[in-house]
Write a protein that binds this ligand. Structure first.
Ligand SMILES: NC(=O)c1ccc[n+]([C@@H]2O[C@H](COP(=O)([O-])OP(=O)(O)OC[C@H]3O[C@@H](n4cnc5c(N)ncnc54)[C@H](OP(=O)(O)O)[C@@H]3O)[C@@H](O)[C@H]2O)c1
Length: 276
């Protein structure tokens, strides 16, 4: 696979610059993000192709699987190429029936950071997002002071280089900054879900990375006759248009589309390349 075209550019994530088209590893864990994966060898192949294609930003969590996604990343890519930034998240855990539950206590966060380090084979994690579970279907106001303070202590101990926030409100980002620097915000955002417009614009003005999760719509990828028509006019695929829309939305947007298909990966990596 050709190396990722640089036309989409790069943006600062912590103290690194990463290419604006990254890779989201969540769904590699298997159906319902609960292992085992449908085809582990295919997952390994997609990850290797992503990095060979120029991806230098992979998004994961140890609660994907649980543990499975990180174990596959390690199998596929360890020892990691210089410059590869692996971003993980903590604050949730998996329960019976593949359910998702909050795990915000200091003990749970410490365990989660150590689990990520061990399963990824790292001594320090470049970026850890604190995933708020205060809201079920999206961000909800409430204090993140206790979990963020616990995570900042792990940062001071040298286990975490940078901290980000996920599924949060603008107020929680402001409050969080009184505790530690916030390297990025990862919230749901795509062509059809634009609730974060104001927060995204604010972060763009101040130069903080914004990482939209579900950039293609997540478990139910975006479907729209407009998207299909625009794509046909451009000689692109609808998903390429959805990614290109995010990339043009603001320079601080870093996309992390997930796929288990080599063909879709190739299309996604080409989404920053103009067709005309
Ligand atoms: N912070 C959070 O709370 C949170 C929540 C959810 C996700 N995330 C992160 O965001 C990342 C992205 O989310 P996601 O993977 O769930 O959703 P997504 O990237 O929006 O969409 C993935 C879906 O789109 C399909 N797809 C991908 N490329 C395609 C293409 N070129 N053409 C057609 N279909 C395509 C995939 O199927 P195929 O496998 O068939 O290609 C998959 O079903 C995750 O990996 C995770 O790291 C974070």
């Amino acid at each position: 696979m050709d190396s990722l075209d640089q036309k989409a550019g790069s943006f600062k994530l912590g103290d690194r610059h990463v290419k604006r088209i990254g890779y989201g590893a969540m769904q590699l864990a298997g159906p319902r993000v609960f292992g085992p994966p449908k085809d582990r060898a295919a997952a390994v192949a997609v990850l290797r192709a992503a990095v060979e294609g120029g991806v230098d930003h992979i998004d994961t969590s140890d609660y994907y699987g649980p543990h499975v996604t990180n174990q596959i990343i390690r199998e596929a890519l360890h020892p990691y190429r210089d410059g590869l930034v692996i971003v993980t998240k903590v604050g949730a855990r998996r329960g019976p029936g593949a359910s998702w539950a909050p795990a915000p206590s200091a003990a749970e966060l410490t365990q989660a950071v150590h689990d990520n380090l061990r399963h990824l084979g790292l001594d320090v994690i470049e970026v850890v997002n604190l995933r708020s579970m205060l809201g079920i279907h999206g961000p909800a106001e409430g204090s993140l002071e206790a979990p963020l303070t616990a995570l900042a202590e792990l940062q001071q101990r040298g286990l975490v280089r940078h901290i980000g926030l996920s599924n949060v409100t603008a107020q929680q980002v402001r409050d969080g900054r009184r505790i530690c620097a916030i390297a990025c915000v990862q919230n749901q955002y795509n062509l059809a879900r634009r609730e974060d417009d104001a927060l995204l614009d604010h972060l763009a003005r101040e130069g903080t990375a914004y990482v939209p999760f579900f950039p293609l719509g997540g478990f139910t990828p975006l479907q729209s006759s407009v998207l299909t028509a625009v794509a046909a006019g451009l000689g692109a695929t609808p998903m390429q248009v959805a990614l290109a829309w995010l990339l043009q939305r603001a320079p601080n947007v870093l996309v992390i589309p997930g796929t288990s298909s080599l063909e879709h990966l190739r299309q996604n990596l080409a989404a920053g390349t103009p067709t005309h």
